[in-house]
Design a protein. Sequence first.
Length: 378
Amino acid sequence: MDNKSINQKSSIPPYIGIAAVWFGTHVGPGIASGKQVVSYYAEYGKLGMFTPLIAMAILGWAIYYALEYSRVNNISNFKTFTNKFFHPYEKLFSTFFEICFLVTCLLAPGLCIATSAQLLNQFFGLNIWIGTIIMVLLSVILVIYGVALVKAASTGLTIGILTILAIIVSLGISKGSGDIALNWNNSTFSDFGILAAIWSAISYAGFQSTGIIGNCISVSEGLTSKKDSAKTAVLGVSLNVLMLAAIVVVNYGFQPESINSLLPNFYIVQQIGIPALETVYVLFVVMASLSTIITFAFSLVVRFKNKPVFVNNIRSERSISLIIVLIMLTLDVIVSTFGIAQIINIGYRYLGYFSIFVVMFPFIVVGIKKNKKINKAI
């Protein structure tokens, strides 16, 4: 069933659905572990409670222009969109997007493997390499036999992680409320450089833009007005800022231990002291990691399975897919050995710097020009 059919039958306004896709894409193992939020926001003290608004507002600005251009031109295929949107420089920007995508295919699944292996180590006492091997084997098995299961479960996994995060935040704030107040009173906004905090937020928006803009465009069919595009951006910004700020606040009550931890949210779960919550949290993060790995694996398969190097030498399409996935997983395991902190603090950060100038800001700058032309034509 295509997007148009779905939108016609659904009673949910398209702008809510698109904002939900943005939110669901954003929420992954990096958010669930808490390290991503800590590295970009919570480490900046009081400032970190407010800089998520800067990051999401800039990203929302880019998404608004992308959606509005998509709506007016009735385009929901990302490749077709970028070719038209960035004409006559589409080849240059296609190269930039390809670089960002391939780097993300290394970093995101690598972070999934590193996070899951670390969780399995802390919760079950498994050696990191054993945890890594388990994640790789499960990924390969799911690629061969369980793709439909992963696709069917992806929405449920997202909802599950959001529910658990909401429980962690509410229980964590309740348990650490005294320390939150104490840490707030004992700190000032000048404890950290405001420019550094803002730049961190902008770089966060940069690396998020590499996947979220494309995902939003792919489900943009159904928007009927400029107001719908604006509503999508406003709702998406609001949901994501609320989530990021809530995680920052709860970490504020357990610092410096949670901030120094490789898995800040898991540390908070342990302090809450409900064993069942720990178990459910670990299972959901591992399953969500597998879902993310499989999603990237099949994105790569779609992009490369028809390349001559494979088609001319291998007859079986399943064998081609398996080889591509094994190459990806091998590289992802290598990336995972750098550890959670290095992947987020170095890999994601430099991807963010690059993406600011070749993805996010170009969407804003070109979007302003393109939409001015559209408005004049109207």
